[in-house]
Design a protein around this ligand. Structure first.
Ligand SMILES: Cc1cc2nc3c(=O)[nH]c(=O)nc-3n(C[C@H](O)[C@H](O)[C@H](O)COP(=O)(O)O)c2cc1C
Length: 195
């Protein structure tokens, strides 16, 4: 597959908390994606992006951190949002990051990799689906939930165990995300979204 045919997948680390587990989850998923010949992965860490907490008004200049991240989101053909569950939802900095952008999300597929206690981030995913639908993105059916993710540590300290169900779930989600990303990239090339 040629360089230009490869899909660009942005994997977004939605947790910015100190001591967070998010980078471990995102690193695992990004590594799985990088093993595929059809995907080129950009790992975006919201803790590093440092987006301002307060949105600006339309006539104000766009903050430099927001401008800096925009081309990476624009370049993406697909997104994987890696999120923990906090109080039956997802972290506030992730919502702010989503709200800073608009066209960057639209007519592109999104999957979710969520983790937490017993619910495995299911509530966070449900809410993110609604938000990305509002942004004209396509939240695909296949997502990954990791309930009690700490039970998935292998004896040698690696994570997740090679036998964990999430390995197969990640492969399926990537297959389907890739299908949607190809379909929507072709469609965007034929006709810009919203015209
Ligand atoms: C403020 C807060 C609220 C939480 N609420 C939930 C919850 O509602 N459901 C759940 O399954 N886990 C909940 N947890 C557990 C987190 O999902 C778990 O601590 C996870 O490691 C947090 O992700 P992070 O380490 O990447 O920040 C909560 C954790 C925090 C810090």
């Amino acid at each position: 597959m040629s360089e230009s045919e490869r899909l660009r997948l942005a994997v977004i680390i939605g947790s910015t908390r100190s001591g967070r587990f998010g980078p471990t989850v995102a690193g695992w998923f990004a590594a799985k994606a990088r093993r595929r010949a059809d995907l080129e992965v950009d790992l975006i860490d919201l803790a590093e992006a440092g987006l301002p907490q307060n949105l600006t008004d339309q006539d104000e200049p766009v903050p430099p951190q927001v401008r800096a991240l925009a081309p990476r989101l624009t370049a993406a053909d697909a997104f994987a949002v890696v999120t923990p569950e906090y109080n039956r939802s997802f972290p506030a900095p992730l919502k702010t990051a989503i709200d800073w952008y608009y066209e960057e999300w639209q007519a592109k597929p999104v999957t979710f990799v969520a983790y937490g206690r017993e619910s495995g981030g299911l509530h966070a995913i449900g809410q993110l689906r609604e938000i990305f639908t509002e942004l004209n993105a396509v939240a695909i059916r296949d997502a990954i939930c990791l309930p009690r993710y700490w039970d998935l540590f292998a004896a040698d300290g690696s994570w997740p165990k090679p036998t964990a169900d999430c390995n197969a779930a990640a492969a399926t989600a990537l297959d389907r995300l890739s299908w949607w990303a190809h379909a929507l990239r072709d469609a965007r090339a034929r006709r810009p979204y919203g015209t």
